[in-house]
Ligand binder design. Structure first.
Ligand code: 0A1
Ligand code: ZN
Length: 869
């Protein structure tokens, strides 16, 4: 490992800032490699002490420091700080410095890419712009003046309202912005460039008119409407569901091509990865449309949950992220199919969050120790964080939850607070003791719920016992009992739900807070089958000794759609694990028997198309992987394929009728059409696998006639799965058509990267030389290299170790260009815990190689050092 060991920051070490800054005047003169930044801060000492003022700063060339108008000499600089000795309690600090946006490939701080200046300050990027107290509990108002060449940068944007502008004699112009809301510096933003602008308006519930402005690359105006429509829906929804209204007079969104994450909620000026803004039928899939709506909403919702009330320190990240993800999930559910949404949420938890919890990067939703904060924008903080909020919603009811939210804003508007403050508001508004529930914030790991039951035919008593089990995670050995809401029902053998309790209630919510709790039901005529964890009421694994037959019954008869889907997934999973030789499973059932259980589903006319398609989709490799303690990669991969093929063949006629069932209409992103395309493209995959005689014709026809990207990609996905020669031909045609459109080409890069072929590494190497590929663009890197690591099981896990070595070589290069992205892509390589010994050693060997890299970033250091045994 590299020798310089970066410092670990601990949550327990939080101290209030020694100084506060309540107003900032910033002036930027934008020049490619020598941008001048003047930062004037109104500083006050916080409390009575005589400590120096220590500011954060990285890669800044300091020009001068003035205090109250006089040049200061009494300061010291290190690589990461500026210490100023001062005994005054209130003063004006003026710092002038130079930064280099052009050579900033990390896409953090201020960077210049594709002809536009752009900032990204969360979590700790502001310190790359100027020396400052770069921590979220220092809240200030900002006035920002931007000066730049007028021809190349006609738009100069920052947070808040535009207050003044003017021209200069040298071809430059300037614009001044003022943000009246106090904010931490991570919410600061600046964008300068030439864009096309889409404008609209929104009238709030109190009658204020908000100007909406969407900035996109020149020529992309036609792809902005869906984002703008989504924004208006989100604004309306937040008013009706949460009573929250927008506060500034203008809301701006800028779409940029170079961005590390999905988007960023800077006050009044959201910056988006263009992937989550641009859409039209030809270039975007239904999934893209969905994601755009969700991400636009997510960033908008942050205006209250994140900006008006923000985090005291970065360990509290889930305060804003868990809550905002929960809000965007609720919004998405209201906009389309709740069940499909819930299934997607759960897939993220099972495929990725459970994997994180089982790895060396496991952490509670509120982490205790961090080396590089950027490593903690995780599925645990975000998605498990959202599940924790959802459990509060379940435990307190919607009314109780909303009362808690109201109190939270009443108490904390304009402040930087903690997760505990949030739970306290929930507790106080509902008069409910949440002390044990709080452990969800401090405890990592996936709880297991072991369910056992007995039935006594004589007394007609049915007893069901729930036990919570917690296994040690990498960073936390001791575990405590949590409060786990478990929603369930009971089915009799006619697939009817039993009445539970006095009323005709058919679903119960057990608040499991002890190690084991047992419930008794009387006058039960025959042994019922429990339908467990309705709606995925807690982020846990459930263990009940179902037979395949019982699972089949839950799939057909549960009153809860999620439980029906889940039972189907378990049926498939059991079958695949059996095929892969896992003998510890309760019982073996032949493929044919398992498949036969799905016949009523595929033939059903009552079940919604969306749910049907979900039930008939096999669990992903990643989900199956997380169900086991040790995984035989090759056997699991093969068995999944085997079941896939068998399902294809058994139901060939049904797939054909599902494929042909719907008339194609001109594309619209509209629920019924989305569901039909989903079912048709699933059927097309199965038809291809079943070797349907005229399938090539079907594929070619759909490809040539498609008026939308969903159907085009549906064909490519199917041809790839079926390993057809046609795949190569269609891919070539696709590339020719979309050569000039990198965002579309990402889909093509990803398809290539996920193809199961023996020369995959050579193929990826060639693609790395493609004229549209660049290591500097995170979307390209994610599409090609990320897809290979995360999804190309056969290629990445090739037993000869070449997949791992290839990725390691790439990460060593990427470490220099963009450490944040490198640290994301390394994820599958550090998750070696469940694979066979040979692969474990090969993976660790590559981790060691990366670890030895000169100039290893903190980002990679943290992940590698944690994951090496
Ligand atoms: N707050 C944003 C996510 C985000 C985080 C970090 C970034 O750069 C390092 C960028 C965006 C969100 O939750 O949408
Ligand atoms: Zn967020």
């Amino acid at each position: 490992m590299s020798t310089i060991i970066p410092a670990v920051k601990k949550r327990a070490d939080y101290r209030q800032p020694d100084f506060l800054i309540d107003h900032v005047d910033l002036e930027f003169t934008l020049i490619e490699t020598t941008t001048k930044v003047i930062c004037i801060s109104k500083v006050t000492r916080n409390g009575s002490h005589n400590k120096p003022l220590i500011l954060d700063g990285e890669g800044i060339q300091l020009s001068s420091v003035c205090i109250n108008g006089t040049e200061a000499a009494d300061y010291q600089q290190t690589d990461t700080s500026l210490t100023i000795d001062i005994d005054t309690d209130t003063f004006e600090l003026r710092i002038e410095s130079i930064i280099n946006p052009k050579d900033n490939s990390s896409l953090e701080g201020l960077y210049l890419q594709a002809g536009a200046y752009c900032t990204q300050c969360e979590a700790e990027g502001f310190r790359k712009i100027t020396y400052f107290l770069d921590r979220p509990d220092v809240l200030a108002t900002y006035d920002v003046k931007i000066i730049a060449d007028k021809v190349n940068f006609p738009f100069l944007l920052s947070n808040g309202n535009k207050v003044d502008s003017g021209d200069l004699s040298d071809g430059k112009h300037w614009i001044k912005w003022s943000d009246p809301f106090k904010k931490p510096c991570y919410l600061f933003a600046l964008v300068a460039g030439d864009f096309d602008l889409l404008e609209d308006k929104f009238v709030t519930q109190s009658g204020r008119t908000i100007a909406l402005e969407l900035f996109v690359d020149k020529g992309m105006l036609g792809r902005g409407q869906h984002a703008l429509d989504s924004l208006k829906k989100a604004m309306k929804w937040d008013e009706t569901e949460f009573g929250l209204e927008y506060d500034l007079d203008i809301y701006m969104i800028v779409a940029v091509d170079f961005f590390n994450m999905g988007a960023m909620e800077n006050k009044g000026l959201n910056v988006f990865n263009s992937k989550f803004v641009l859409a039209d039928a030809q270039t975007a899939t239904d999934e893209d449309y969905f994601n755009i709506e969700a991400v636009i909403a997510h960033e908008y919702f942050h205006n209250w949950t994140g900006n008006r009330v923000t985090c005291r320190d970065w360990f509290q990240l889930s305060l804003k992220e868990g809550l905002t993800v929960f809000r965007d999930q609720q919004f998405s559910a209201d906009m389309s199919s709740p069940i499909v949404n819930r299934i997607q949420n759960v897939k993220v938890i099972r495929e990725r969050q459970f994997a994180e919890d089982a790895s060396a990067m496991s952490h509670p939703i509120r982490p205790d120790e961090v080396i590089e904060m950027n490593n903690f924008y995780t599925v645990t903080v975000y998605d498990k964080g959202s599940e924790v909020i959802r459990m509060l919603f379940t435990l307190l009811s919607k009314t109780g939850f909303l009362a808690g939210i109201k109190l939270y804003f009443k108490r904390f508007d304009g402040q930087a607070v903690t997760c505990d403050d949030f739970v306290q508001a929930m507790e106080d508004a509902n008069d409910k003791d949440l002390s044990q529930f709080r452990r969800w914030y401090s405890q990592s790991g996936t709880p297991q719920i072991v369910v056992t039951d007995t039935y006594d035919a004589i007394s007609k008593i049915y007893r069901i016992a729930f036990e919570q089990k917690h296994i040690a995670t990498f960073e936390q050995k001791e575990k405590q009992n949590l409060v786990i809401p478990i929603q369930f029902s009971l089915l009799n053998d006619k697939l009817e739900s039993l009445n539970l309790g006095d009323t005709d209630q058919q679903q119960l919510t057990l608040e499991l807070n002890e190690t084991q709790q047992c419930l008794e039901f009387y006058n039960v005529e025959s042994k019922p089958i429990p339908s467990l964890l309705h709606g995925f009421s807690a982020p846990v694994k459930v263990d009940y000794p179902y037979t395949q037959q019982q699972l089949g019954n839950v799939m057909l008869g549960s009153p809860d759609e999620f439980a029906r889907w889940d039972a189907g997934q378990q049926l498939f999973s059991n079958c695949i694990h059996n095929l892969a030789g896992k003998t510890e499973l309760q019982q073996t059932t032949s493929i044919a028997e398992t498949i036969a259980m799905f016949e009523p589903i595929i033939e059903s006319k009552d079940i919604s198309l969306a749910l049907k398609a979900e039930i008939l989709t096999l669990p992903s490799f990643e989900t199956l992987f997380q169900q086991l303690d040790t995984v035989n990669i090759d056997a699991l991969n093969q068995s999944r394929k085997q079941l896939f093929k068998a399902l294809a063949q058994t139901f060939q006629a049904n797939w054909l009728s599902h494929y042909s069932a719907f008339e194609k209409q001109p594309y619209a992103y509209q629920s019924q059409q989305v569901e039909q395309r989903k079912m048709q493209n699933l059927a097309l995959k199965y038809l291809t696998l079943s070797a349907q005689p005229d399938v090539e014709q079907l594929l070619t026809q759909q490809f040539n006639n498609a008026d939308n990207m969903t159907d085009s990609l549906g064909v490519l996905g199917a041809a790839q799965l079926g390993d057809l020669d046609l795949f190569e031909r269609l891919m070539l045609a696709f590339e020719q058509k979309w050569h000039a459109d990198p965002l579309v080409l990402d889909k093509w890069f990803a398809l290539h990267a996920n193809t199961d072929r023996s020369d995959i590494l050579a193929r990826i190497s060639i693609l790395m030389g493609h004229s549209r590929f660049t290591i500097n663009n995170p979307n390209r890197v994610r599409a090609l290299i990320g897809t290979f690591c995360f999804f190309n099981v056969a290629g990445f896990h090739n037993i000869d170790g070449t997949g791992y070595k290839f990725v390691a070589d790439y990460l060593i290069k990427l470490n220099e260009v963009n450490p944040q992205i490198a640290a994301r892509i390394i994820t599958p390589l550090i998750q070696w815990q469940k694979v066979d010994k040979t692969r474990q050693q090969l993976m660790q060997l590559q981790l060691m190689r990366i670890g030895d890299t000169k100039g290893l970033s903190k980002d990679l250091f943290e992940k590698i050092s944690k994951s090496l045994p």
